[in-house]
Design a protein around this ligand. Structure first.
Ligand SMILES: [Zn+2]
Length: 416
């Protein structure tokens, strides 16, 4: 009897302590169990694309900057951490903005492969699919269309160049993980400037690379194209039209070693040399440059890591805007493929007091974050930007880019 009494007293005190601790310092014991509700809906897969406003004064060039995993909260949290809530950054310099729905063909939450395929080809597809529709049929991408209109194309990324987003602007495969096929197709693609990481995906395993099929595209690049391997190679390269340029600055993704160029430096290279291609017969240029690792830091729930990635991305935006402002013939688009991590800026406990602190949290505070189905912003500057307002489907971007340059009225031609 006595034992039972002590037992109940002990049990009661444990319960009271737990309740009290949970009340005042929930972080100690509260595994964030967010309310999760499965909401049924009817997945109407038919897409109604936005009616485009005819663009009078056409753009000649397009610079599409994709911050992988960069939702609006990533941008605002970056701005606040940088210079406070009143900060004016490159993101604030765009006269036009809109919101992009990012869902995939059959799921609410997309991956980069499906979302980049929507941007590159105007086609909703299944996650993991790159440059093919939901039935695995290849779909024509914008670099293929533009190549036939005498355009010069570039793909740039801070990940390996074979990663899903850049790949969607070059290849057609049912899996983003078919890296042998992706590297091979990138080698043969219409992209003249290919800049990023990932040299090992062009090199056979036997030679220390990652290719299972034994094919050696790195050697082929060295003979049939030009290979740049360091920032010095890039900066000092004296461009002459003739051979495609592959800048592969690390074995896999860029890891921010001193010998690697930044996203801005890669973009500047593509801008300057695409421009010189215009002087040598090309009619316009298209550049897709991706801040690839914003997404990875979101997956890792690493705010400061993400801050650095967005800062690097912002530097590239500044370059693109400076280029476009000088000429008034270039459409600059800044967007994301999806949001990653469910980043929140939460009310802190000092809401009624002045504070210099921002409380950020991720959707999955314990464990790693993942993509969300949130809409992402799009910012536009230059001719044709009128169509990047309101709510857009991610496939609308493909059609609005074509309207911006008036692709149907451009004469056929090939400039390389
Ligand atoms: Zn991701």
């Amino acid at each position: 009897m006595k034992f039972l009494k002590y037992f109940f007293v002990a049990l009661l005190s444990i319960v009271v302590t737990l309740i009290a601790v949970n009340q005042y310092v929930p972080v100690l014991i509260d595994v964030p169990k967010k309310d999760r509700l499965l909401v049924d809906f009817n997945f109407g897969k038919e897409i109604t694309n936005k009616e485009l406003i005819p663009v009078e004064r056409k753009a000649k060039n397009i610079i599409l900057l994709i911050g992988d995993g960069m939702g609006s909260n990533q941008i605002v949290a970056y701005k606040i951490a940088k210079e406070g809530p009143n900060a004016i950054t490159a993101f604030d310099m765009f006269p036009v903005s809109g919101l992009v729905k990012t869902h995939a063909y059959n799921t609410v939450v997309t991956d980069s492969a499906s979302s980049a395929t929507a941007y590159s080809s105007g086609t909703k597809t299944i996650n993991r699919y790159v440059g093919v529709d939901h039935e695995k049929n290849p779909v024509t991408n914008i670099t293929e269309l533009l190549h036939k209109k005498a355009y010069v194309n570039s793909i740039i990324a801070t990940s390996e160049i074979t990663h899903a987003t850049p790949a969607a602007f070059a290849v057609h495969t049912e899996s983003r993980y078919n890296t042998d096929a992706i590297a091979e197709q990138i080698f043969y693609s219409n992209n003249y400037f290919v800049l990023g990481g990932g040299s090992d995906f062009f090199k056979p395993k036997e030679d220390g690379g990652l290719r299972e099929d034994g094919k050696d595209y790195l050697s082929k690049i060295k003979t049939d194209a030009i290979l740049l391997e360091t920032k010095n190679d890039l900066v000092n390269h004296r461009f002459k039209k003739g051979k495609k340029i592959f800048g592969l600055f690390n074995k896999e993704e860029l890891i921010r070693e001193a010998h690697e160029p930044s996203l801005k430096e890669m973009l500047d290279f593509a801008l300057v040399n695409s421009n010189s291609m215009l002087e040598q017969g090309c009619k316009g240029f298209f550049i897709m440059a991706e801040g690839s690792q914003i997404d990875w830091e979101g997956h890792d729930n690493d705010f400061y890591g993400q801050y650095d990635e967005i800062e690097e991305f912002e530097n590239a935006i500044k370059s693109a805007l400076a280029f476009a402002k000088n000429r008034q013939d270039t459409l600059v688009l800044v967007t994301a493929d999806h949001e990653t991590g469910g980043l929140l800026i939460e009310k802190d406990t000092l809401r009624y007091k002045e504070t210099n602190q921002m409380k950020v949290s991720w959707n999955t505070a314990i464990g790693k974050g993942d993509h969300t189905g949130a809409m992402v912003p799009i910012f536009a500057y230059g001719p044709g930007s009128v169509n990047f307002t309101g709510i857009l489907d991610n496939t609308d971007i493909f059609f609005a880019m074509q309207e911006a340059i008036g692709i149907n009225d451009l004469p056929e031609g090939i400039c390389y």
